[in-house]
Design a protein around this ligand. Structure first.
Ligand code: FES
Ligand SMILES: [Fe+2]
Length: 306
């Protein structure tokens, strides 16, 4: 059987959403999850349903030290997913099976990532540090989130879909190149964008997917910027798409306008995505961009589950 979701790092929250003591109730990968930040500062994500009588740890659960306390009978679970205390049972009487699945976590570039792998392998690559994040002459992310009714592979396919840029995004492409290497899918492009608000913007960009769900675009344009595009499946046909921009501080006042442009850009794609069908065997032509090569690259994230 094929894995249901692609193996890799997925953004589940911004770091700022998870202050110490915070509990987030989440639904990703077609299951209920709970994330919290304990007193010592580490973020933990667990499957949400308590192994005792099944309460959702994310709904009414509270952080105690570095553990989360179930709202139903107050069993407490630590970062390793093990029950560490039952208030009405002796410590050596905690059932060994009282544990929940725990997920590898990284905090990077202002974002909290979890590692999803249906074969339960350890992470075998990392999300790189983005040097502009936290740099004194760059703004932090201006971010937004959308819920979209489409499988993640449709969003991913934009990387190689050269022919939709002039049609959907009113962008004239002059140079285009894709490179697929290990877990990275890179697009290098140059051209002229014609934003809805008028005017034109000559750009040159490198957009890199690190794995199946996190893309960073470094763009040289009138205002140099870094764009984030990252999507996490809620279920097989729905994703959370987070997108955002960092600008050189000299252009900080344009950040809301940039975000609006981005949002409109995605809006144009969304109208297509939400209404299209997936073609396993599309009829492609000469100017289409390497959609076949992208799909072969993407397959590596879907291991055969046993
Ligand atoms: S259901 Fe969680 S402690 Fe009973
Ligand atoms: Fe697009």
């Amino acid at each position: 059987m094929k894995a249901q979701f692609a193996t890799g790092w997925y953004v589940i929250a911004e770091q700022a959403e998870l202050a110490a003591g915070t509990v987030l109730s989440l639904r990703y990968f077609d299951r209920k999850l709970v994330a919290f930040r304990g007193e010592s500062g580490a973020v933990v994500m667990l499957d949400a349903y308590c192994p005792h009588l099944g309460a959702d740890l994310g709904v009414g659960g509270t952080v105690v030290g570095d553990t989360i306390r179930c709202p139903f009978h107050a069993w407490r679970f630590g970062g390793a997913g093990k029950c560490v205390e039952i208030p009405y049972a002796k410590k050596d009487m905690i059932p060994p099976r009282a544990c929940v699945k725990t997920w590898p976590i990284r905090e990077r570039n202002g974002l909290v990532f979890v590692w999803y792998d249906e074969l339960n392998r350890e992470p075998h690559w990392e999300i790189p540090v983005q040097p502009e994040y936290g740099a004194p002459d760059w703004t932090p992310w201006t971010l937004n989130i959308m819920t979209i009714k489409t499988p993640a592979r449709e969003v991913m396919e934009n990387v190689a879909d050269r022919a939709h840029f002039p049609r959907v995004h009113n962008t004239h492409i002059e140079e285009w190149e894709n490179e697929f290497t290990e877990h990275k899918a890179i697009q290098r492009a140059a051209g002229i964008a014609y934003p809805r608000g008028g005017g034109s913007d000559r750009f040159k960009l490198t957009a890199t997917y690190y794995g199946p769900a996190y893309q960073i675009t470094e763009m040289d344009a009138a205002l140099p910027n870094v764009l984030l595009n990252t999507h996490t499946p809620i279920d097989e046909n729905t994703i959370h798409l987070r997108f955002g921009v960092m600008l050189k501080k000299t252009g900080a006042k344009f950040a809301p306008m940039y975000l609006k442009n981005l949002q409109e850009g995605y809006g144009e794609d969304v109208a297509i995505w939400e209404n299209k069908v997936w073609r396993d065997r599309p009829t492609l032509c000469d100017g289409d961009g390497p959609i076949g090569a992208l799909r072969r690259w993407y397959k590596q994230f879907y291991p055969e589950a046993v």
